[in-house]
Design a protein around this ligand. Structure first.
Ligand SMILES: *[C@@H]1O[C@H](CO)[C@@H](O)[C@H](O)[C@H]1NC(C)=O
Ligand SMILES: *[C@@H]1O[C@H](CO)[C@@H](O)[C@H](O)[C@H]1NC(C)=O
Ligand SMILES: *[C@@H]1O[C@H](CO)[C@@H](O)[C@H](O)[C@H]1NC(C)=O
Ligand SMILES: *[C@@H]1O[C@H](CO)[C@@H](O)[C@H](O)[C@H]1NC(C)=O
Ligand SMILES: CC(=O)N[C@H]1CO[C@H](CO)[C@@H](O)[C@@H]1O
Length: 373
């Protein structure tokens, strides 16, 4: 009898260990898909009334627990993963403790969201503890980039302890409490420090290292605008300008090389850049692929590449069915540091009538010194 109890206890402990081990791997946070929800007694309609009703999360403000198939007015509220999602209404937040991260490691946080009202929706994403007072990001959730009503965002941060708290807060007040984004599927991924590979002066020039992409979502992950180096979930690269760029995967899109690439989805309003140490007066070649993601994004595209004081405009005719071409920009450096930068000249919209934005793909970017120009 006693032995049996011991055995059972061991099994329980074993499961507990597996649980801990799972929670630290790349992917979903514990109950990050909100499939475990409140009891009926902890809800009033769809509003969650108990701050600890959602396992692994603490909530505050007007948080709703939304079941797939639920409607608001005549609008169907979509739930992308499993059967449930949460909605952050007026001044609402959800937060969770992650107990097994590594102090000093850089992570990317990804989550799915959907807008529910026409008004501007923003989400304040933050991680604590944090040494910097302004270490949070206000992510705009206005524009739609996917055809599904859902998009994903990612954000990067340096863990400053082995145990952190992640918070998503909708700071809006005095609005319709039933407005505010739907959130689902929150995941973490440890990012590797990018190195310059042999034969390329750029870090992560093929974009293989980047934020977590949910295996079951077909809309890629947005990398938010105005992201400084220390919050870029795309190691080595900065996102300049006002709008997001999209990180796409070979599982759901056509990418020119490897498994990941960048889709420039917001015309001149979004650009990616990297600053490289160069030798003044020396000749370099910047080589890259321009293509389309095979996502019904059709038309005459133009990518602008900048290096030194040279701009190269690369036209690309997209049939929306995938494909790419290589381009090369030769330049002589005018400074010790060279900013390499890419943007799309035009806006593009998918031909599927979803009204969602899309654009040319850039991938496999290499910078090499030219010995005998
Ligand atoms: C965002 O959240 C952080 C952490 O709670 C807070 O310090 C910061 O003031 C918030 N920013 C805004 C604009 O509300
Ligand atoms: C995290 O690491 C930094 C740098 O090594 C150290 O100064 C800090 O005390 C650590 N923080 C915690 C909570 O362990
Ligand atoms: C992803 O989709 C597959 C096939 O539809 C399904 O079997 C699997 O459970 C899904 N995974 C998650 C995490 O929802
Ligand atoms: C680039 O800079 C160099 C050195 O300042 C100058 O000679 C050259 O004309 C510039 N080229 C362009 C296209 O502005
Ligand atoms: C991401 C991370 O820090 N994972 C660690 C969690 O804890 C186990 C041991 O308990 C480590 O092996 C992992 O590296």
């Amino acid at each position: 009898m006693k032995m049996k109890k011991m055995g059972l206890l061991n099994i329980v402990l074993l499961f507990a260990t597996i649980n801990v081990a799972l929670s630290v791997q790349d992917g979903l946070l514990p109950n990050g898909n909100f499939e475990q929800g409140p009891k009926a007694s902890q809800m009033k309609g769809t509003k969650v009334t108990d701050p600890h009703a959602i396992p692994h999360w603490e909530i505050s403000g007007y948080v709703e627990y939304i079941k797939a198939g639920q409607t608001q007015g005549d609008m169907l509220l979509p739930v992308p993963e499993g059967a449930f999602a949460v909605r952050l209404g007026e001044d609402a937040y959800i937060k969770t403790r992650v107990t097994n991260v590594t102090n000093g490691t850089f992570y990317s946080l990804s989550f799915n969201f959907a807008r529910t009202c026409a008004q501007d929706e923003k989400l304040n994403v933050s991680v604590s503890p944090n040494n910097e007072p302004n270490d949070w990001a206000m992510l705009p959730m206005q524009t739609m980039y996917s055809s599904d009503g859902w998009d994903s965002y990612s954000w990067g941060f340096l863990a400053q302890a082995n145990e952190i708290e992640i918070m998503l807060h909708n700071p809006a007040v005095e609005k319709d409490p039933a407005c505010g984004p739907l959130i689902d599927f929150i995941a973490l991924k440890a990012l590797k420090t990018p190195h310059r590979p042999k034969g390329n002066m750029l870090k992560n020039g093929n974009f293989e290292e980047g934020p977590y992409i949910f295996p079951n979502t077909s809309w890629g992950v947005l990398i938010p605008p105005n992201i400084e180096d220390d919050h870029s979930p795309l190691p080595g690269w900065m996102i300049e300008s006002l709008k997001a760029v999209k990180y796409i995967d070979a599982e759901h899109f056509t990418v020119p090389e490897g498994k990941r690439a960048i889709e420039l989805v917001a015309g001149r309003e979004s650009a990616i850049a990297q600053i490289v140490r160069t030798q003044k007066g020396k000749v370099y070649d910047l080589m890259f692929s321009v293509g389309d993601a095979s996502n019904s994004c059709q038309g005459s595209m133009l990518i602008e590449a900048f290096a030194g004081n040279i701009t190269l405009r690369v036209p690309y005719e997209s049939a929306g069915k995938g494909g790419f071409k290589r381009a090369k920009l030769r330049f002589t450096t005018v400074t010790e540091r060279t900013r390499v930068r890419f943007l799309s000249t035009y806006y593009h919209m998918k031909s599927d009538h979803s009204g969602s934005l899309c654009g040319p793909v850039v991938d496999d970017v290499r910078l090499v010194g030219v010995r005998y120009p």
